[in-house]
Design a protein around this ligand. Structure first.
Ligand SMILES: NC(=O)c1ccc[n+]([C@@H]2O[C@H](COP(=O)([O-])OP(=O)(O)OC[C@H]3O[C@@H](n4cnc5c(N)ncnc54)[C@H](OP(=O)(O)O)[C@@H]3O)[C@@H](O)[C@H]2O)c1
Length: 283
């Protein structure tokens, strides 16, 4: 009697690995959460505001595809040490598993785009507090707690502004430059753990952060400057993060990866709209 060949089901690239994605209630982080979930990961959706509607609906969408919970929402302000610790504690408890992947995507910008002369202490502290201190706190927790021996991944977020160095972005760019420096050192310090550390540095991506404080004309100018004639989309970034998080991405370590459609070349022109406050520039 003829036998039917058994169908072999290959495991997904991130099957059952636990990924914390900070700042994933919207924007780039949200897209990464959806993408890593499609690769088999179990997802911790994080954000800091009291409104968790979009985070909750994302978790519900992911969980609707599986009989077991594959996503949970854990609120935490990444600039606060104890909240970062409890983010990791709660994630480990919820999935009863060590964490395999940290994607630190949470970030803020001052959307008045002030020159250094016009940057308030409050603005500087907020931008450094979330973007630099927050990245440090998350990376430190991950360096101490991520699974050893393969599959451990730390992916931090910077900006192509660190290469472009445009006016109006000093505090934001300096905070992101600190993140890039930490990433390179962290990758070396993690020797022997099997954990890699990389930094993704997008150019203009169509999200709430990008559109904040910009007029339609300013946005159009940025599109006109782009060699590909469009803004980046969150879908342009998520697959790169998925690759870095996978076993196939292991050999990429200690790198800063600019992903910007070549829209952020050094020396590119920018539109100064109001010299006292506002610069119509890409992020
Ligand atoms: N969009 C761009 O053009 C662009 C370009 C270069 C780099 N980037 C970087 O890419 C990352 C994502 O940007 P995006 O455009 O997706 O931003 P976004 O749309 O403004 O989303 C930011 C996310 O971070 C969360 N968040 C903000 N402060 C937080 C905190 N203290 N603790 C925890 N979560 C916090 C927000 O939720 P809550 O408000 O609820 O906290 C939200 O989920 C950022 O690091 C940004 O600097 C973006």
């Amino acid at each position: 009697m003829a036998t039917t060949p058994q169908q072999v089901i290959e495991p997904l690239p991130l099957q059952n690995r636990v990924a914390i994605i900070t700042g994933s209630s919207r924007g780039i982080g949200r897209e990464i959460a959806i993408h890593l979930s499609s690769l088999g990961a179990r997802i911790v959706i994080n954000h800091s505001s009291s409104n968790s509607l979009s985070a909750d609906s994302l978790a519900a969408d992911i969980n609707a595809t599986s009989p077991l919970p594959r996503a949970t929402v854990i609120g935490a302000d990444i600039s606060d040490q104890s909240q970062v610790q409890s983010l990791f504690d709660s994630a480990e408890r919820f999935f009863n598993s060590p964490i395999h992947i940290l994607i630190n995507c949470a970030g803020v910008i001052d959307d008045t785009y002030p020159s250094i002369a016009n940057t308030s202490i409050e603005s500087f502290d907020r931008v450094f507090g979330v973007n630099a201190r927050g990245a440090f706190l998350c990376a430190r927790e991950a360096a101490n707690r991520l699974k050893r021996g393969g599959g451990g991944r730390i992916i931090l977020f910077s900006s192509s502004q660190v290469a472009a160095l445009r006016p109006g972005f000093a505090a934001y760019t300096a905070a992101k430059a600190a993140v890039e420096t930490m990433t390179k050192i962290l990758a070396k310090e993690l020797k022997g753990t099997g954990i890699t550390a990389n930094c993704v540095a997008p150019g203009p991506i169509a999200t709430e952060m990008f559109f904040g404080g910009r007029t339609e004309e300013q946005v159009q100018k940025i599109i006109d400057e782009s060699p590909l004639g469009r803004l980046g989309e969150t879908k342009d970034v998520a697959p790169l993060v998925g690759f870095l998080a996978s076993d196939a991405g292991e050999w990429v370590n200690g790198q800063i990866i600019r992903i910007n459609g070549d829209d952020m070349a050094d020396g590119a022109t920018f539109a100064v709209v109001d010299l006292s406050k506002t610069f119509a520039l890409p992020l």
